[in-house]
Design a binder for this molecule. Structure first.
Ligand SMILES: C[S@@+](CC[C@H](N)C(=O)[O-])C[C@H]1O[C@@H](n2cnc3c(N)ncnc32)[C@H](O)[C@@H]1O
Length: 194
């Protein structure tokens, strides 16, 4: 989907994905792993920044990227109002070069927002934006939908796309927003050493 498509959705207020709170799965993950090294986190397709702020609250050096200028503006304003520190930048995660390499990428509703034929670009982007020993934490949306966004995926597709490059560290069905209960899968991947 184009930058104009997403910008129009923000400008018209048609952003029902935004639940006004971070991913419950992310909140629980950070609470369950208080000793993770506090590296640099990239949240691509960050929207208005709820997940970015959750990482910032937990003490990570956090960066949010989005293709829609209004998302970046809203995320910046909300983060300032919350008294938190995080950096936001307009970027096309699939095609742009990263401003730096990251220890973590956190995926939440970007993989399902792009066209399925762009998923190879997405995996290449994750490898480009991560450090060689980086980690990829994803709350995947496991819906069957072929007409999107959101576009569905399966456990098999995720395994096929990510396991050539990443070792699976943890897998669970996370706590979700009420309308997504049982429809999400948290996968924590560590990049394979080459
Ligand atoms: C469904 S929304 C999810 C936003 C946020 N992750 C959330 O859960 O609230 C998808 C977001 O990805 C952004 N996006 C779509 N394609 C992108 C791309 N190629 N690079 C960066 N952001 C992108 C959109 O502008 C939108 O903010």
């Amino acid at each position: 989907m184009s930058r104009d498509y997403w910008e129009t959705r923000y400008q018209s207020g048609d952003m029902h994905w935004d639940k006004g709170a971070p991913s419950p799965g992310l909140v629980d993950f950070l609470a369950a792993h208080p000793d993770l090294p506090r590296g640099a986190v990239c949240v691509p397709g960050c929207g208005t920044g709820h997940d970015v702020r959750e990482f910032a609250r937990a003490g990570f050096d956090t960066f949010g990227f989005d293709i829609a200028p209004s998302a970046i503006q809203l995320a910046t304003e909300k983060t300032k109002a919350a008294g938190l520190k995080a950096k936001f930048q307009l970027a096309d995660f699939l095609h742009d070069e990263p401003p730096q390499k990251f220890d973590w990428i956190f995926e939440h509703t970007l993989f399902c927002a792009i066209k399925p034929q762009e998923r190879e670009d997405y995996v290449r982007a994750a490898l480009r934006w991560l450090k060689p020993d980086g980690q990829y934490l994803a709350v995947n949306y496991m819906i069957p939908d072929k007409d999107g966004p959101p576009f569905g995926t399966t456990r098999e597709e995720l395994e096929r796309r990510f396991s050539p490059h990443f070792e699976l560290v943890e897998e669970l069905v996370p706590r979700s927003y009420p309308n997504r209960t049982g429809l999400e899968l948290l996968l924590w991947w560590r990049r394979k050493v080459r």
